[in-house]
Design a protein around this ligand. Sequence first.
Ligand code: NAD
Ligand code: IPM
Ligand code: MN
Length: 363
Amino acid sequence: MNLKILVTAGDGIGPEVTNEAVAVLHEVAGIGGHKLALDHKRIGGVAIVQDGTPLPKNTLDAALASDAVLLGAVGGNEFNSLPPDKRPEAGLLAIRAALGGFANLRPAFAFKELAVNSPLRPEIVDGADILFVRELLGGLYFGKPRAWDKAKGEAHNTMVYTKDEVARVARIAFQLAQKRRKKLTSVDKANVLEVSQLWRATVNEVAAEFPDVTVEHQYVDAMAMHLMNQPRNYDVVLTENLFGDILSDESAVITGSLGMLPSATIGGKVNLYEPVHGSAPDIAGKGLANPLGAILTGALILRHSGKLEAEAAAIEAAVRKVLEQGFRTPDLARSNPQGFTVLNTTEMGAKVRETVKTLLVDA
Ligand code: NAD
Ligand code: IPM
Ligand code: MN
């Protein structure tokens, strides 16, 4: 298997965590005799500084010519006063739009070894296994008109969805639910928003194509609570762009840290892979970042773009084993009564590589 991956490491902890993900991918590919062709290009704040734009043309061209794009994170406090279309985040939204993936899969899996690291009680989180399917190319993020009229003291954004946009992401969510526990929860605000009423009606229409999947609808405010009270109750959670952004970060509480969450965006020309977390300026450059979300994102590249299920599963198993052995990054050991061994970013990456090698060579 030959896989051409473009790495856009971005800002803050982006390069720190993608380095570890790439090293794990090299380790796994080397063992299996698979060829990885890796290229690196700039995106986000680093591209604003060096190229004058958050998404340089050579980055986009390279992305479109690859099999998969692995993105670290973008953003930094020094760009906070820029308008949205000039910020590092604009580069991320532009590459998402250009690659065309509309279904952002964000698994929130509670490794049982991490139940003690969640602020929620272990008996609540243990066994939780949720797959968020977040619509990624619509809603408030891309709707027009949008503007901030400073003279008038007024700003607006537009939440817009077409029926086709809802149906295509819903179909992917139902297909994934069929391969899992056959339950789909669609999250909206249909008690207030017309967009959500369209969303709900369309999800119900698509549901008729999948009679084996049980569907329920929840309002987003109640869902935010249910997720914390009974995370085990949920299988596939389908929602629009902004609600999905918020609920998936919230679910980091179930897994113990935002640094644990991977994502894959499918349905477009080239799949885009990113950990869920951002550039974490508060810990950047200190070796404190948890690389496991990025490493698990690497596993998703192998699964979805490489069709290398055994290798993807081996990376996930290696992460579990490392946790089982009591290794933690600082975000997972804020208080450490259990006496975990706390590792920095590169040490954690090395542990996963060492472990995945044992798993694949023994197998
Ligand atoms: P953030 O996700 O960067 O950080 C939130 C908190 O989680 C921070 O305390 C951070 O230290 C911690 N954290 C995040 N990832 C971690 C990891 N791997 N290991 C340990 N701790 C981790 O969100 P924020 O602080 O709200 O945003 C910072 C910048 O990142 C902003 O510019 C924002 O727009 C950007 N952002 C980018 C992406 C992306 O590029 N995909 C995603 C989210 C936020
Ligand atoms: C994410 C981030 C992005 C989003 C930002 C940085 C544009 O929060 O990937 O979750 O809102 O989609
Ligand atoms: Mn987010």
